[in-house]
Design a protein around this ligand. Structure first.
Ligand code: TA6
Length: 301
């Protein structure tokens, strides 16, 4: 399988497909501008490090394991076609099925400035139709360089409209959760999921002194993670996304999860997720396409 993919889509020295010990296929990307790895199951980007950064920008738990049908802790999980718990079926997977089913490579290439581009596609199967009976394709394009661009395109190839919730649920590597702030969401309303679900308003920059699990709504603003310890800013620009989710599990939830890396891996990550969730779910009319785009950039300060 890896051999066929390398023949069809490999790019000498820049894009190589390898089979992991789990039997899953991983795309390893490395060019003059940056490096990344992506598991074909779930089109799950697991890591990204620009060449001008000494520390990866996308966090992956040291406990992260690749296994068929299982989600990977860290990276940029694809949440689709719903975000969070399914509205009515408690037995359906949280954040949808896209991140735990096989995607296939449909194209690869090199961008004019030298970035490596890879596109994967999810098409319905009996398994997915059992949870979501709509005809569609979802493409994820990643463009890896000094920045990381991700484009998630949902095409409604059926004859009836449907609605999706979605997110690129990206974990960012930071020095310490107590020494970062997130700007860009000042003045936004958000659903606070800690201790229930209450609608609140963000007045100032976001800082972290405990569990934070917030879905900011009706906001397309660029967010910035300010990292005092790593002396860098991570810029998160987006389009086609009206929700931003900010999450840290903090110690109690991280301990319960048990896969955040030891001794306290949760302190070195924060999630800032570009999404369409809750009242921002997206109606995709029959024959139409919806695209969510994010671009990440790390700037040393
Ligand atoms: O995006 C935040 C969140 O919805 C949290 O509530 C937490 O559940 C997190 O996602 C991780 O979810 P996962 O299913 O990947 O463990």
């Amino acid at each position: 399988m890896a051999t066929v993919l390398n023949t069809q889509f490999g790019i000498d020295g820049h894009l190589v497909f390898k089979m992991d010990a789990s039997g899953l296929i991983v795309a390893e990307i490395n060019n003059e501008l940056g490096s990344a790895s992506l598991c074909l199951q779930g089109a799950h980007l697991m890591s990204w490090q620009p060449k001008n950064q000494a520390v990866p920008v996308v966090w992956l738990s040291t406990d992260a394991k690749l296994a068929a049908g299982k989600s990977i802790r860290g990276g940029a999980p694809v949440c689709w076609p719903w975000f969070g718990a399914h509205a009515t079926e408690s037995g359906f997977p949280g954040h949808g099925f896209a991140r735990t089913v096989p995607w296939r490579v449909i194209e690869s290439g090199t961008e004019p400035a030298g970035e490596t581009r890879l596109t994967l596609r999810l098409t319905p199967s009996d398994k997915t139709r059992a949870q979501w009976p709509h005809e569609c394709t979802v493409d994820l394009t990643v463009i890896v360089g000094a920045t990381l661009r991700m484009e998630m395109r949902t095409e409604n190839t059926g004859t009836t409209d449907f609605e999706i919730g979605e997110a690129l649920h990206t974990y960012f590597q930071i020095g310490d959760i107590g020494a970062v702030s997130v700007t860009g969401l000042e003045g936004s309303e958000y659903w606070d999921k800690v201790g229930g679900s209450n609608l609140r308003k963000q007045d100032a920059e976001i800082t972290f002194t405990g569990e934070v699990d917030r879905v900011y709504i009706n906001n397309e603003a660029e967010c910035v993670i300010h990292d005092e310890q790593l002396k860098r800013r991570i810029h998160i620009a987006k389009s086609g996304s009206l929700s931003t989710v900010v999450w840290t599990p903090w110690v109690e939830k991280a301990t319960k999860m048990g896969d955040m890396g030891q001794p306290d891996g949760w302190r070195q990550m924060v999630c800032v997720e570009s999404a369409n969730a809750i009242e921002n779910v997206v109606k995709v009319a029959a024959g139409c396409t919806h695209t969510l785009i994010v671009e990440y950039r790390a700037v040393s300060v």
